[in-house]
Every structure is written in structure tokens, then in C-alpha cells.
Unconditional design. Structure first.
Ligand code: T5A
Ligand code: NA
Length: 213
């Protein structure tokens, strides 16, 4: 097992979905499972609220600051770019990254405000393309029922409906869809299967690609 890790790369696995779709719960479960299996794995999330751009994003999401729609879009993107080379070196050294939200969130949420879809994609071009995107499919109504939305900026039903539409436009061959309304243990099982298949494919030499180029 150790020899395999020495030679092969890790995977970039992204979890996407509406607010309250269950991404963070399943990310935690998947990371624990993979660690038990001896997979080199790290848990990541965007926005990364620990960096200086992340702190600006966090204040904006909490409605503690106001920013132009395009400015916040570019901050979310910059928050990914500042992590790009670290992500690549970890993956190439054999670590699998389980990432809670990525460029698809960046585009779907900004486009839901009415920004041009292609304009939203442009700053993401060239970031590392995920090997697998697991989309947590849930209706905006059902998501809203889960403990109710909090006070963050985007946690409103009408807005989440638009986000869902833009997500469906972003679907590509790297996506696997899970029914996020199923019981958590069943969702967990499906997520494990998708992730393990992806990790094996990457270990066998699947090249690491760039996003949308
Ligand atoms: N954003 C993000 C942008 O606009 N641009 C960007 O580029 C990026 C990266 C960040 C916000 O920023 C936006 C998107 C977001 O609006 P966040 O910090 O990622 O937000 O927060 P959310 O993703 O919204 O996290 P949530 O905590 O709301 O949702 P999760 O992580 O999807 O859901 P989770 O796991 O916390 O579960 C929610 C509740 O549902 C229950 C859980 O127990 C929990 O109570 N639950 C289930 N209940 C029944 N059945 C199941 N299968 C369940 N799974 C979970
Ligand atoms: Na979350």
C-alpha cells in the first residue's frame, strides 16, 4: 500500500449542492472512512475563511459588509487560486483532497444574482479540474426544511431555486448525482462507492486536468 502511494497521485473530489444539502456531514463521514482504509486524505472547504480573502468573504456572507457582486465573485475565485499550487502539490504527492464546494458554487451562486454565466466561469479557468464532483441533489424546498435557513446572505428559498438551475447547467462527465433526501447512511454508502472508484482510477495514472480550458 505504501509503495502504491509513493508512485501514484491522489484525487481531487469535490462535494457540491445547495445550502443544507448535507455536504459537510458527508465530507466528514467520507474523510473518516478513507482514513480507516489507509488512504492519505485531507478535508478541505471553500470558501477557506482562514485567509485574508476568506475573512472578507466571511464578513460578506454574514451580512457584516457590503461588496459589489463582481468584487465578491472575484474574491471567491482568488480564495481558490491562492490554494491552487498547494492543492496540486498535495495531490501529486499522493494525498486525496475532499473539498466542500469549489468553482461550481462560485459560478452557480454568482449567476443566480444575475451575473453573466460565462463571465462567472472565466476567472475559474485553469484551476485544477476535479476528478469527481458529487452533487447532493435536493429540492430547494426540502433543503429549507432542514432546521431552517440561518442568517447567511444566500439562505433564501427563491435564491436557492436559481442556484439549482445554474448547477444543472454546469453538470459534466465528472459529476455523480446522489439523492440527498435519502437517509444519511445510504447517502454515505453511495458517496463511498463513487469516491473509492475515483481514487483507484487516479492511482492508475489518470492525468490531472485543468478546469474549463
Ligand atoms: N459560495 C461558496 C459562493 O457564493 N461562491 C463560492 O465560490 C463558494 C465556494 C458558503 C456560502 O457561500 C456560497 C455558497 C454558500 O451559500 P458554506 O459555509 O459552505 O456556505 O455553508 P453551506 O454549504 O451552506 O453549509 P450548510 O451547513 O448550510 O450545508 P451542508 O454542509 O450542505 O449541510 P450539512 O451537512 O451541514 O447538513 C445540514 C443539515 O441537514 C441535516 C444535517 O444533520 C444538518 O442538520 N442532514 C440531513 N437530514 C436528513 N437526511 C439527510 N440525508 C441529511 N443530511 C444532512
Ligand atoms: Na456546509
Amino acid at each position: 500500500m505504501d509503495n502504491v502511494h509513493d508512485k501514484s497521485r491522489g484525487s481531487l473530489i469535490v462535494l457540491e449542492g445547495l445550502d443544507r444539502s448535507g455536504k459537510t456531514s458527508q465530507s466528514n463521514r467520507l474523510v473518516s472512512y478513507l482514513k480507516e482504509k489507509g488512504v492519505l486524505v485531507e478535508s478541505w472547504r471553500f470558501p477557506d475563511r482562514t485567509t485574508s480573502t476568506g475573512q472578507m468573504i466571511s464578513a460578506y456572507l454574514a451580512n457584516e459588509s457590503q461588496l459589489d457582486d463582481r468584487a465578491i465573485h472575484l474574491l471567491f475565485s482568488a480564495n481558490r487560486w491562492e490554494k491552487r499550487s498547494l492543492m496540486e502539490s498535495k495531490i501529486m504527492c499522493g494525498t486525496t483532497l475532499i473539498v466542500d464546494r469549489y468553482s461550481y458554487s462560485g459560478v452557480a451562486f454568482s449567476a443566480a444574482k444575475g451575473l453573466d454565466f460565462q463571465w462567472c466561469k472565466a476567472p475559474e479557468v485553469g484551476l485544477i479540474a476535479p476528478d469527481l464532483v458529487i452533487y447532493f441533489d435536493i429540492s430547494p424546498e426540502k433543503a429549507a426544511e432542514r432546521g431552517g435557513y440561518g442568517t447567511e446572505r444566500y439562505e433564501k428559498l427563491e435564491f436557492q431555486k436559481k442556484v439549482a438551475e445554474h448547477y444543472s447547467t454546469l453538470r459534466d462527465a465528472s459529476w455523480k448525482i446522489v439523492d440527498a433526501c435519502l437517509p444519511m447512511d445510504i447517502v454515505e454508502e453511495q458517496v463511498r462507492e463513487f469516491a473509492m472508484a475515483c481514487i483507484l482510477t487516479c492511482q492508475k495514472g489518470k492525468p490531472l486536468n485543468k478546469l474549463w480550458s
